[in-house]
Design a protein around this ligand. Structure first.
Ligand SMILES: NC(=O)c1ccc[n+]([C@@H]2O[C@H](COP(=O)([O-])OP(=O)(O)OC[C@H]3O[C@@H](n4cnc5c(N)ncnc54)[C@H](OP(=O)(O)O)[C@@H]3O)[C@@H](O)[C@H]2O)c1
Length: 260
């Protein structure tokens, strides 16, 4: 099976670090040109440098706060000018948060929904019509297993992610007759920058590597996933090899959803 993205243009939000950066690299190595978006330009430039070094691809690193509608509109226009129409959209930007329900303010709820839900709505609304008109498109929404298995202290994320899963299925139904396939990937534990923040909060006295090994024991496979393992599935979903898959929410979690 060939998994290639030759001639495609991909937009990956949160593409400067972690899972987004790994997906951008994998897509570029598979033949796509990629636009990567995040807020910090220096990290975007660093990621773009790595991708250009490892792949023959055009890379557009673009500063954008995906919570801001006007920045989304401007970024979309800049990408189409520089790289052409977007064939593959990966809504990935996000952060983790944990709090008791009664401590979460309206502002916190709005912040989470803007970042994890409305950003996907807004980018999709801009990219989807062109995909439909060209009769080819892929939208991948990166969510979290809590979309299916919400737990205590996971609001507002679990709620934003469940909304993202519903959005995925609605758009898949409308896109399918036009060749636009929409899927969600539900993350478990992957070693990325997010986990340095968890480490500092939960076990600052322990070494980072030991913390990851210890946490990994709660995953049926017995360890955290790597960003490359995540990117492999994203690349498959973005390719022609996944031509009969739409409206799914695939757990990429080492079996963790069945252990919580
Ligand atoms: N790693 C895991 O174990 C795990 C678990 C559950 C869910 N996830 C989800 O998977 C996705 C990727 O996670 P990750 O682990 O790769 O996270 P990460 O290493 O913290 O990277 C997050 C990326 O999103 C960008 N970002 C954050 N806020 C943004 C904003 N307002 N506008 C634009 N870009 C923004 C960051 O860049 P800037 O900060 O410079 O903007 C960065 O590029 C996220 O949605 C996350 O919630 C990950």
């Amino acid at each position: 099976m060939d998994i290639r993205l030759d001639g495609r243009t991909a937009l990956i939000t949160g593409g400067s670090l972690g899972l987004g950066r790994a997906m951008a690299l994998k897509f570029a190595q598979s033949g796509a040109n990629v636009a990567i978006l995040a807020r910090r330009q220096n990290l975007l430039d660093e990621a773009a440098g790595e991708i250009r070094q490892k792949a023959q691809a055009r890379v557009l690193p673009l500063a954008c706060d995906v919570r801001k509608p006007e920045e989304i509109t401007a970024s979309h226009a800049a990408i189409e000018r520089a790289l052409g129409p977007i064939d593959i959209l990966v809504n990935n930007a996000g952060t983790s948060a944990t709090a008791a329900f009664e401590d979460i303010s309206d502002a916190d709820w709005q912040h989470d929904l803007d970042l994890k839900f409305f950003a996907a709505v807004r980018f999709s609304r801009l990219a989807y019509p062109g995909m439909k008109a060209r009769r080819w498109g892929r939208i991948i929404n990166v969510l979290n297993i809590h979309a299916k298995t919400p737990q205590a202290r996971t609001a507002p994320t679990s709620v934003s992610r469940a909304a993202g899963m519903a959005l995925t299925k609605v758009m898949a139904g409308e896109g399918a007759p036009h060749g636009v396939l929409v899927n969600a990937m539900l993350t478990g534990f992957f070693v990325t920058d997010q986990w340095h923040r968890h480490h500092m909060r939960e076990a600052p006295g322990m070494g980072f590597d030991d913390f990851i090994v210890e946490k990994g024991k709660s995953v049926p496979i017995g360890r955290f996933g790597t960003a490359e393992e995540f990117a492999n599935m994203a690349c498959f979903l973005a390719s022609d090899a996944a031509s009969y898959i739409t409206g799914t929410a695939i757990n990429v979690d080492g079996g963790r959803a069945y252990a919580v």
